[in-house]
Design a binder for this molecule. Sequence first.
Ligand SMILES: CC(C)(COP(=O)(O)OP(=O)(O)OC[C@H]1O[C@@H](n2cnc3c(N)ncnc32)[C@H](O)[C@@H]1OP(=O)(O)O)[C@@H](O)C(=O)NCCC(=O)NCCS
Length: 213
Amino acid sequence: MPKKEYRTERLILKASKLVTAQQTLDYYRRNHNLFTPLDPKRVPAFYNIGYQFLLLQQDEAERQSGCGLRFWIFTKENPNRIIGMISFANIKHGNVSSTFLAYKLDGASLNKGYITEAIARGIRIIFEEVKLNRIEVAVLPRNTPSLRVMEKLGFVREGYSPRFMEINGVWEGHVRFGLVNDPDADWHKLPPHIRCAAYMAPKVRLAKLFCRD
Ligand SMILES: CC(C)(COP(=O)(O)OP(=O)(O)OC[C@H]1O[C@@H](n2cnc3c(N)ncnc32)[C@H](O)[C@@H]1OP(=O)(O)O)[C@@H](O)C(=O)NCCC(=O)NCCS
C-alpha cells in the first residue's frame, strides 16, 4: 500500500487520514467561486464539517481497500494549510489496470507549477508502487490551465467524449487524456537517477519534476 505522506521539492502530499475536516472545509469554502463552475453540483451539506469528516473517512476506506488514493497538497513552508488536492479514483487492477485522475489547486497558489509537481509525484506512485498500466483524465475544453497541465506532463490527447460528466448541473463534453506505463519505454530500462532526463529529454522541466522526491 502506498505511504500516507510524500514530499517533493516544494510540497508535502498527505493522504486523507492525515488531514482534518476543518482543513478541507476551509479549503473548499475559500475556493467556492473558483471550483463551482468546474465541479459537479454539490449538495448544500458539502460545506458542513460533518460531511467533510465523512468524505475523509470514505477516502481512508478506499485507500485501505486499494480502490482510491487521494492526496492533499501542502507547501513545506505552511504544512497546515491545504493548497490543493490530487485524487486517483476507480483504481482497477487486472486486464484494465487504470485509474481516473482529478486535481485542483487553491486560487492563491495558481501558476506556480504546484499542481504539475504534485501530479508528477502521483504518477510515479501509481506506476511504480500501485503498478497500474494507465491514468485517465477528462478536461473541459474551456479549462485552458488544465489542458496545459496535461501537455506539460506528457499526457496524450485521446479524443472527446460528449456529455461525459455532470459539471455544475450540466452534462458537459470533455477532452480525454491518457498516460500509459509502457514497460518498453526507455526510461524503465535506465537507472532512476538518469531515466527521467533520458525519457523526457524534450520536456526538461518535466524531467526535473520526475526526479524530485
Ligand atoms: C487546473 C489547475 C489545477 C491548474 O493549476 P495551475 O497552478 O495553473 O497549474 P500550473 O502552474 O502547474 O500550470 C498551469 C499552466 O497553464 C498556463 N495557464 C494558466 N492560465 C492560462 C490561460 N488562461 N491561458 C493559457 N495558459 C494558461 C500557465 O501559464 C501554466 O503553463 P506554463 O507552466 O507553461 O506557464 C487550476 O487552474 C485549478 O485548480 N482549477 C480549478 C479546478 C480544475 O479546473 N481542476 C482540473 C479539472 S480537469
